[in-house]
Design a protein around this ligand. Structure first.
Ligand code: SF4
Length: 359
């Protein structure tokens, strides 16, 4: 902890730097808790540049909690398509319904009540309470955690358990009633100055208080996480009837729940792509296939795994077993009405190029 005198200097330097250097972002120009909540959910694991157009479209489509709570889930997922981690959109939707039904459409200001809503973990709860209501909670995102770890010289991985050490330190630096500015300043400093690589320590207002800078260990903090990116190979069947393509809905639980996809699945060990395609279509639609022809191959990286999708055009030999709740024949333009995982969106782009009428 810093001495009183140093604390004051720390606070003044940080807030002055923020006033002169922060980026103008739409969610910083508002005190509306709903807009702040939406931005915080979108910004999880996603860059500001990616989020900006989604955020603007979202607020056009769902300008307030009431509108969001009344929208069909499929419309909500479509607005989220491409942002990934679709559970975030489902939780926004579920929480909006609870807020309207139980809290008169007002986002609760009590920590425990707010944290009990779907999608409100410790991070989002602290962020909404701090940014919208100026409540004194440190918002432990990756940027703040990194700045805090470097200030304290903690040479370890940026695990959530580190937060136990950082929270009392950061809280001791808060100015009463300036919680929002304080959290925003730390975050912005982490994004613009105290970056993961090549931090600009010579421009940093907190240099004097930074143990990592003093010991020259800033680039070693935090230590990198050990990641094992799983690689998945999968096949998809592009089945066409007249001008329509067959798609199916994923289950409501698990990975990419409630999104739509083409029939198909993972290639098993020892299987060729064609064998996997025959097996998957038989299992999923109860029909054998013929005339399979590789249409395209796309790769997409998610956080935990990297998937390569081999899309085959093929014909069904028998009448498929379809469930009207979970299967649809859709035209090229109707793809727009259904939310798909990002890998499938790339396949759809390929289909549009192939089948759109030449202009
Ligand atoms: S001095 Fe360097 S390492 Fe320390 S907080 Fe500032 S930018 Fe980060």
């Amino acid at each position: 902890m810093l001495e009183k005198e140093d604390q004051r200097e720390f606070q003044e330097k940080l807030l002055r730097w923020y006033r002169h250097n922060h980026r103008k972002l739409p969610w910083r120009e508002t005190q509306d808790p709903y807009k702040i909540w939406v931005s915080e959910i979108m910004l999880q694991q996603t860059t500001v540049q990616t989020v900006l157009p989604y955020y603007r479209n979202w607020l056009k489509q769902f300008p307030d909690i009431q509108t969001l709570s009344q929208a069909p889930l499929q419309t909500v997922l479509k607005a989220w398509e491409g942002l990934g981690y679709y559970q975030r959109a489902k939780n926004l939707h579920r929480a909006s319904k609870i807020i309207v039904e139980k809290h008169q459409g007002q986002i609760p200001q009590n920590y425990e009540t707010l944290q009990s809503l779907p999608g409100f973990g410790p991070y989002t709860t602290a962020a909404v309470l701090s940014f919208a209501f100026n409540k004194p909670y440190p918002v432990m995102d990756g940027n703040i955690r990194r700045v805090g770890m470097r200030l304290k010289g903690l040479q370890m991985e940026a695990k959530p358990s580190v937060d136990k050490q950082l929270k009392p330190f950061l809280t001791s630096l808060f100015l009463p009633r300036k919680s929002s500015d304080f959290n925003q300043s730390f975050m912005e400093l982490g994004a613009l100055v105290c970056r993961p690589q090549n931090p600009s320590c010579l421009l940093c207002p907190l240099q004097k208080f930074c143990q990592a800078f003093r010991s020259g260990t800033q680039e070693l903090i935090p230590q990198p996480k050990k990641m094992n990116l799983q690689k998945i190979q999968a096949v998809l069947g592009i089945i066409k009837k007249d001008h329509c393509f067959l798609i199916q809905k994923r289950p409501s639980q698990g990975l990419m729940a409630d999104l739509w996809e083409f029939p198909g699945g993972k290639i098993k060990e020892g299987e060729t792509r064609e064998e996997a395609l025959h097996r998957e279509i038989k299992e999923e639609l109860g029909s054998r296939i013929q005339k399979e022809k590789c249409l395209t191959r796309v790769t997409h990286s998610y956080t935990q795994f990297r998937v390569t999708l081999h899309a085959f055009e093929c014909e069904l030999k028998e009448k498929p077993v379809l469930n009207p709740q979970t299967h649809r024949w859709v035209t090229l333009s109707e793809f727009e009405n259904y939310p798909f995982p990002s890998g499938s969106v790339k396949v759809i782009q390929c289909l549009k190029k192939r089948y759109s009428p030449q202009k």
